[in-house]
Ligand binder design. Structure first.
Ligand code: FAD
Ligand code: NA7
Length: 457
């Protein structure tokens, strides 16, 4: 029998998890399918592969990453740690719980670099179209090599979509916004908060981006930061100079009118209004349409496209858990593809999806969501040989993190947590998040003299 051919679209953390899942089976002696991973950027890491560009890249492609220079992990690294490649293994010593972007990129890169899989990735190659061939029961994948500007098509037995869903900005309209004379961006194009020093900044939205860009702006010396919510305020105990107001009613030049009648003047507006699930390379019967939530419809066990179970999605959920959830998904998809796990009938899959969906719809608040996602991951790991880890303890870490943020939104990142994988207590970073202005890996791993740290305070 000829070997199956598998296409992985995207080499972000989810695509890298798929590459790692297959090589881990290979290292254990199994015959694995032929794998080709297409990645439109010139390196892997997805969102974590920071790019100073915004808008359109040098090939005329939409820039993928929404990350900014100053980004540090927004949850403890102990909640995202791989069960089969720990932070201790990677860094060789305890590091702090909230690493900056470059340190997390180094960690995910380190794991796959050791497994020799980079030659399976075709970089600077954008997938343009995926077609299911009913008669052959396979897919034709058409790609463009962005450097040579040549297109080509190949056939695959299965396709894994791992292109992420925090890249295409959701940009609402507001009455009068065209009269605003200051700078106006979506969070997707935000690259650093330095320029916000001394500015009056409006962030529209009440989730991770508004919260984090808000505290970044505060840290970098913004004169005033206002965050505007549609449904509910984040409700943190904001420091003086930061506030939450209800939704924007309209703009009138630099003056913004809020729905409760208050007005403020601004120099800069950043829409932190989330992202669209968008898969421009997929026909509508293969493309996921969903809001950003933790149980999108149409995906059995969150990964198998119910309408065509030869198509898989990784990382399509909103994310409390990240890297280790992508692993659990990738291991399960690998096992389905390699025939190690059995795919239930369409009816059984539908019944399974209905029962999880019912539970999902009854969730009440963040703690419920975290527990739901932990159970979801447990269900996947149980079906594979991915090392099980103490998911209840990770839930506890998430809840502690939430309480730390409630306690002080400016200091939660200074707190160490204990690894559920190794039992190692994280190090305390040499400099507090509020005082650390150098986000580089070198600085993160350095051990500055105490006097140098004191001088920064
Ligand atoms: P992505 O990282 O988005 O990777 C998708 C890949 O697919 C990209 O490399 C892209 O170039 C490629 N691709 C897309 N389209 C095509 C195409 N047509 N052809 C070929 N390749 C294509 N998670 C955390 O755990 N901690 C954090 O602190 C954190 N902060 C975040 C901050 C921001 C601003 C954002 C946007 C996300 C953050 N996340 C964080 C969540 C993040 O989504 C995950 O950590 C992770 O990057 C998701 O991995 P992914 O592989 O599913 O998607
Ligand atoms: P999220 O978490 O999807 O949140 C989007 C926010 O935008 C949310 O508060 C929405 O309010 C708000 N929103 C959406 N549309 C509107 C309109 N029309 N008006 C006002 N507010 C609106 O996106 P984030 O960018 O914060 O986070 C995405 C990822 O990036 C996340 O995983 C992090 O790790 C980093 P709602 O609550 O729905 O009323």
């Amino acid at each position: 029998m000829s070997k199956q051919r598998i296409a992985i679209i995207g080499a972000g953390p989810s695509g890298m998890a798929a590459l790692r899942a297959f090589t881990s089976a290979q290292q254990a002696g199994a015959q694995i399918p032929d794998i080709v991973c297409y990645e439109k950027q010139d390196d892997w890491g997805g969102q974590w592969n920071y790019n100073w560009r915004s808008g359109i890249d040098r090939h005329g492609e939409p820039v993928h990453s929404s990350m900014y220079r100053n980004l540090w992990s927004n949850a403890p690294k102990e909640a995202l740690e791989f069960a089969e490649y720990t932070f201790d293994q990677h860094f060789g010593r305890p590091v702090s719980s909230y690493p900056p972007r470059a340190a997390l990129w180094d960690y995910i890169d380190g794991r796959v670099r050791r497994s020799n899989v980079k030659d399976k990735v075709q970089f600077s190659t954008a997938v343009r179209w995926v077609e299911y061939n009913r008669e052959e029961d396979n897919f034709t994948v058409t790609v463009e090599n962005l450097k040579s500007q040549t297109t080509s098509s190949s056939e695959f037995d299965r396709v894994i979509v791992a292109t992420g869903h925090f890249s295409y900005p959701n940009v609402p309209d507001f009455k009068g916004i065209e009269t605003f004379p200051g700078t106006l961006h979506h969070a997707h194009d935000f690259r650093g908060a330095e320029k916000l020093a001394d500015k009056r900044v409006l962030l529209i939205g009440a989730s991770y981006s508004a919260e984090d860009i808000g505290v970044q702006a505060f840290k970098m010396g913004a004169r005033a930061v206002t965050m505007s919510y549609r449904t509910a305020p984040m409700g943190y105990d904001w420091p003086e100079g930061m506030e939450e107001l209800p939704i924007v009613d309209h703009f009138d030049g630099e003056t913004v009118h809020f729905s409760d009648g208050q007005t403020r003047e601004f120099d800069a507006v950043i829409m932190c209004t989330g992202y669209l699930h968008k898969y421009p390379f997929l026909p509508s019967d293969l493309a996921l349409h969903s809001r950003n939530n933790i149980y999108p419809g149409g995906l059995y066990r969150g990964v198998v496209w119910q309408k065509n179970p030869k198509l898989f999605y990784l990382g399509a959920q909103d994310q409390w858990f990240t890297f280790n959830m992508f692993d659990a998904q990738a291991w399960y998809v690998r096992d389905l593809i390699m025939g190690r796990a059995e795919l239930p009938s369409a009816e059984q899959r539908a019944a399974h999806m209905r029962s999880w969906r019912t539970r999902f719809q009854a969730l009440d608040g963040d703690a419920d969501e975290v527990r739901f996602q932990a159970d979801y991951i447990r269900d996947l790991i149980t079906a594979t040989d991915y090392p099980m880890f103490d998911l209840d303890e990770v839930v506890r870490i998430f809840l502690e993190w939430k309480a730390d943020k409630k306690n002080n939104i400016l200091t939660y990142r200074d707190k160490p947590h204990r690894s559920v994988m190794t039992g190692t207590m994280a190090a305390e970073h040499h400099t507090t998040w509020l005082n650390e202005l150098d986000d580089s890996l070198e600085r993160y791993l350095s051990t500055p003299e105490a006097t140098e740290v004191e001088e920064m305070v």
